[in-house]
Design a protein around this ligand. Structure first.
Ligand code: MG
Length: 368
């Protein structure tokens, strides 16, 4: 497929309520949408690095500039037959997985659409329906949290993820475990701690958590390996896994028992597939995380969640959970208790609503 045109948009998506994590509080999410065209048709991609370089070193304004000035021009006029071709064409530019993911995901949608196939099938998934979990940030009170968890468990979610940060930590987990002795929980620390906090993490072993997500620095592997040696609870790496090589290295030094795969964080669907396969070979189970993408971006997460080594309910949420009006159409909805079903396609089966896209766009560029 010869790439003839790429349109890229930086958009702002206001949240229903602020998202509170160890990184701070966000009341809107900035995302990058890309539309890629070839004589065979078009595809949409999305990557959501957010407004500030807080989750990773990338940010939305920087990602749009990089795509406009360097990445998209490197693809125009090229024949890209595989995801590996896309990554190869971008390999001269160091790092910047979120920016690359906007283009890599657009290529995968274009590829699957051109074959008339839903993306999950093009990826070799098990079937269109996947399990999803519930996720709760920091709240005003523990009573509020307990009420929300009760609702999530009654609604049939198979697991609950709890954001964990200083001041909303061990006492929170103790209360939750006491209220719900048998439910599946894990915590996400979003890199808020250091190895000197190991004693606190050892204390958490008694609460039978499914995993502890990203306790230490976003770019660390060695300290995670040391912490894992001291814990019974498996560590799940998220921020630290930014490429296939980083996943290989984490596995080699036993830095984790789980990997959270986010296509944005690893450079797109191509690398997400490679990391999935690498983990499967090493006996490390995975699940799919999200960055509060619109329904367009979440459709890639759903497709990836159909793969065979995805063994934990994923962070994929109905549009209404975070957005009053999703930029993507159709919006993402639950298809059953704690489950989501991929759209019939072709491709991701979803694209931005043109009017909503126009309203949400802060900046755009066309490269041809
Ligand atoms: Mg995380």
């Amino acid at each position: 497929m010869r790439i003839t045109r790429i349109d890229v948009y930086r958009v702002t998506m206001p949240l229903v309520y602020p998202f509170r994590t160890a990184y701070g509080n966000d009341d809107c999410i900035e995302s990058i949408l890309a539309r890629m065209e070839s004589p065979e048709g078009y595809g949409w991609g999305e990557s959501t690095p957010w407004r500030a370089p807080g989750y990773s070193p990338e940010w939305a304004t920087g990602a749009l500039a990089l795509i406009r000035d360097w990445l998209a021009p490197a693809l125009i006029g090229r024949s890209l037959e595989t995801g590996a071709d896309v990554q190869q064409a971008l390999s001269g530019f160091k790092g910047n997985p979120f920016a690359k993911a906007a283009l890599d995901t657009a290529w995968w949608d274009l590829h699957a659409r051109s074959r008339g196939q839903p993306l999950w099938q093009a990826l070799g998934g098990r079937g269109p329906t996947i399990r999803v979990g519930a996720d709760f940030g920091v709240m005003e009170t523990l009573d509020d949290l307990v009420r929300e968890i009760t609702g999530a468990l009654e609604a049939g979610f198979g697991r609950v993820k709890l954001k964990f940060r200083p001041g909303w930590d061990v006492a929170m987990v103790a209360r939750v475990r006491n209220e719900f002795p048998d439910a599946v929980f894990h915590i996400d620390c979003n890199s808020a701690y250091r190895l000197s906090d190991a004693a606190m993490f050892r204390e958490l072993d008694q609460f039978n958590l499914a995993m502890i997500e990203q306790p230490l620095a976003h770019d660390d592997l060695l300290d995670h390996a040391e912490l894992q040696r001291q814990l019974r609870t498996p560590i799940c790496l998220d921020e630290s896994i930014t490429s296939t090589d980083r996943a290989r290295q984490a596995i080699a030094i036993k830095a984790c028992g789980w990997v959270n795969i986010k296509p944005g964080r690893v450079g797109g669907v191509t690398n997400a597939l490679a990391i999935h396969d690498l983990c499967a070979e090493a006996g490390i189970p995975c699940w799919i995380g999200g960055m509060l993408e619109s329904a367009v971006g979440q459709a890639f997460n759903v497709a990836l969640a159909t793969l065979s080594n995805i063994r934990y309910p994923c962070d994929i949420f109905p549009s209404a959970r975070f957005y009053r009006q999703d930029l993507g159409q159709p919006e993402l909805v639950l298809s059953g208790r704690g489950q989501v079903t991929a759209l019939p396609g072709p491709g991701i089966g979803c694209e931005p609503d043109p009017e909503r896209l126009a309203r949400a766009t802060l900046e755009s560029a066309t490269i041809r």
